[in-house]
Design a protein around this ligand. Structure first.
Ligand code: PLP
Length: 675
């Protein structure tokens, strides 16, 4: 628990059982517990290929109640005379399951959606159309078509507010409203001067991409006043950036926004709502500090400061207290999605080759008659001697290692020297590949013996062999594309909690980094959360040795926002399977028989939860089609190629049929490795 700081980032949804399994409690403490390893293994045994994304709508429900509860308590505590309504910024995750869950759970509190583009607006209209009175915040850049769609929302009874992001949008809005005969409801997004220091800090401040400067806001009010329409301006919006780590920034922004709001009231605007955007952070590394991957305040602190700052200004200026809206995406939906994936392989360590393999390779390299690199007739003989000399000298270093700090230090420095010499000699053509491989093995074997002797006699390790030093970590290759499933690890060095979901009662023995399936050197993860008590991101992840014939499953947590929407099809790895697990009483598709996977429907898991349904990830045909490669045309081309090969006598008719069959089968298969 301490190693992976799970109590810090996972409570109350994720914990480790006595049996060393990762447990999910979608309804928080006191609710039913799901053994994630056993569920993932069962799904795998039933034929669902890894990786897959688990979605737990009950976690979203729990977090929505948590956020609403925090604001309700703040409203009561500060005798605030307005209410709180949340809207979910759909850009965080467009998944229908997630958004309908939020709307279902939030209906009783008047929750709604926030959109920032025309497709998002269409989606919101279709979801809210049947629920008149729903709140819809219309952000983003807008053209005439966008505004016309909002007018249709008003006609449907949706409580939509057009938030001006740019001054020129006012003209478009007024023209469309006049033409369509409606009185618009609008808001302004303010560029606050308050900034936060995190990655998204540039969303705020004078130079921010979005929002109106104070003089533009004044111009909006004056233009509306000239038309007798100041009552149409009803909302003030601001967003100072995501993942605010320090509450001081929230206080400062709220104070600035509250006075701005009061000024707008004084200028005669029909103000009734303040929308304080997103920014409420989550604790990715469990440190509860204002490090970029953490936060040093609670959700309740946040709600208190928002409500209290507003109340104070409203009392001071003697104006009615507005409805408070927030657009929390990260805080609401990050926890609900968990990506489970398997380890494909890791390179063998010297320890596994020692002593047997090292000696064999050494013998082959030192005795040319055993080598498979036979002298080739007609080719010039290799300039010999150097490789043999190097290997013999290296063997002496390994054999002469003694259990003293001085010997360990010297041996390590000799090993580094011989390795570098070997590389130079290979580049000059005087070392064979087998000799180079032997040097490599000897280097690892020497490091390994140094580590062993140091541990046994409690001797200091040479600096470069300290456990936290990256070059000596093992690379675990995982069945995952980070560009598809965790793009922020690559794009902005976001740290997500990653850990095995089983064997957590065993001491991990390997310091690992992860390499994904893509042919891209950036497709790796080498920043992890640190054990409890350490603040910096760790360069290695403590993992277990792989056991032959036994899967080793890892999970990445807190991936419920931005990752799915920003993921890309690098190397054509497509979307992953998605397994929706929810409380039995909410199950949409309970299924009677005893398999978990059955025509996309779910089965009761026996503890009050069901696999409600499974959305299959993209097939190879799907991802190919996205790049304009038509599956049917590709198949035709393959048939033609196989036919020609038969006619030319390069292939039998049966082989050609088998080829077409394999090709067709693969086209409709998952893009990840079948292990
Ligand atoms: N609202 C707006 C306007 C945003 O730009 C964002 C994201 O940056 C959000 C809400 C969601 O922010 P968060 O995920 O920090 O809650």
């Amino acid at each position: 628990r301490k190693l992976y700081a799970i109590d810090g980032w996972g409570a109350p949804y994720f914990s480790i059982s006595e049996q060393g399994r990762l447990c999910v409690k979608p309804q928080g403490d006191g609710g039913p517990v799901i053994d994630l390893y056993s569920l993932a293994s069962t799904l795998k045994d039933e034929g669902l290929e890894m990786p897959f994304l688990f979605r737990f709508p009950d976690i979203v429900d729990h977090r929505l109640h948590l956020l609403q509860g925090c604001f309700d308590r703040a409203v009561a505590r500060y005798e605030y005379q307005g209410c709180y309504r949340g809207v979910f910024p759909v850009k965080c995750n467009h998944d229908r399951e997630l958004i309908t869950t939020i709307l279902d759970c939030g209906a009783k509190f008047g929750w709604g959606l926030e959109v920032g583009s025309k497709p998002e607006l269409l989606m919101a209209m279709s979801l809210l159309g049947q629920a008149p009175g729903s709140l819809l915040i219309c952000n983003g850049y807008k053209d005439q078509d966008y505004i016309e769609l909002v007018v249709q929302c008003w006609r449907l009874g949706i409580e939509a507010v057009v938030v001006l992001e740019q001054f020129k949008e006012l003209g478009v809005l007024l023209r469309v409203a006049r033409r369509m005969g409606v009185r618009p409801v609008l808001g302004v997004r303010a560029k606050l001067s308050t900034r936060h220091e995190g990655h998204w800090g540039s969303t705020s401040g004078e130079k921010a991409k979005f929002g109106l400067r104070p003089r533009e806001i004044v111009a909006v009010v004056r233009q509306l006043a000239a038309l007798g329409m100041t009552d149409c301006l009803q909302l003030l919006h601001f967003h100072i950036g995501s993942q605010i780590t320090n509450i001081r920034v929230v206080k400062e922004a709220m104070s600035e926004a509250a006075y701005l709001y009061a000024e707008l009231v004084d200028m005669g605007a029909g103000m009734r709502v303040i929308d304080c955007g997103g920014g409420l952070g989550i604790d990715y590394d469990g440190s509860n500090t204002d490090a970029p991957a953490s936060l040093s305040y609670t959700m309740q602190n946040y709600a208190n400061d928002v409500v209290c700052s507003l109340r104070d200004v409203c009392l001071e200026r003697n104006i009615p207290m507005p409805t408070v809206v927030s657009e929390s995406g990260r805080a609401l939906a990050s926890h609900h999605a968990v990506m489970v994936f398997d380890v494909v392989a890791r390179p063998p360590t010297a320890a596994e080759m020692e002593p047997h393999n090292t000696k064999e390779v050494m013998a082959a390299a030192l005795k040319p008659e055993l080598s498979v690199t036979a002298p080739q007739p007609g080719r010039p003989a290799r300039a010999g001697g150097k490789g043999r000399f190097l290997l013999c000298s290296f063997c002496e270093v390994l054999d002469g290692l003694e259990s003293t700090a001085c010997s360990l230090r010297e041996a390590y420095s000799d090993a580094v020297y011989f390795k570098e010499e070997a590389l130079r000699a290979f580049k000059l053509g005087v070392l064979s590949l087998e000799e180079r491989a032997a040097v490599d093995l000897l280097f690892d074997a020497t490091c390994n013996r140094i580590l062993h002797l140091a541990a046994a006699a409690q001797l200091p390790l040479p600096e470069a062999l300290q456990p936290s030093t990256r070059p000596h970590s093992a690379t675990y290759h995982v069945n995952l594309s980070i560009f598809r499933s965790a793009p922020d690890t690559w794009a902005i060095e976001q740290v997500f909690p990653i850990l095995p979901i089983h064997r957590l009662d065993e001491e991990p023995t390997v310091a690992a980094t992860l390499a994904d399936l893509t042919c891209d050197s950036d497709g790796k993860i080498d920043r992890f959360i640190s054990p409890v008590g350490e603040n910096e991101a760790a360069p290695v992840l403590p993992l277990h040795d792989l056991r032959s014939g036994e899967p080793y499953l890892l999970a990445m947590f807190l991936t419920g926002v931005y990752q799915e929407v920003m993921g890309s099809a690098h190397n054509m790895f497509g979307s992953t399977h998605c397994v929706v697990v929810r409380a039995a009483e909410c199950c949409v598709n309970p299924m009677p028989d005893d398999t978990l996977i059955h025509d996309g429907e779910g089965k009761i898991l026996g503890n009050g939860f069901v696999v409600d349904h499974i959305l299959r990830g993209e097939t190879m045909a799907d991802v190919l089609t996205r790049a304009q490669h038509s599956g049917s045309e590709m198949l035709l081309a393959m048939r033609a190629a196989a036919g020609t090969a038969v006619l030319d006598g390069r292939m039998t008719q049966e082989a050609a049929e088998a080829l077409v069959q394999t090709f067709t089968h693969q086209m409709h298969s998952y893009t990840y490795l079948s292990l």
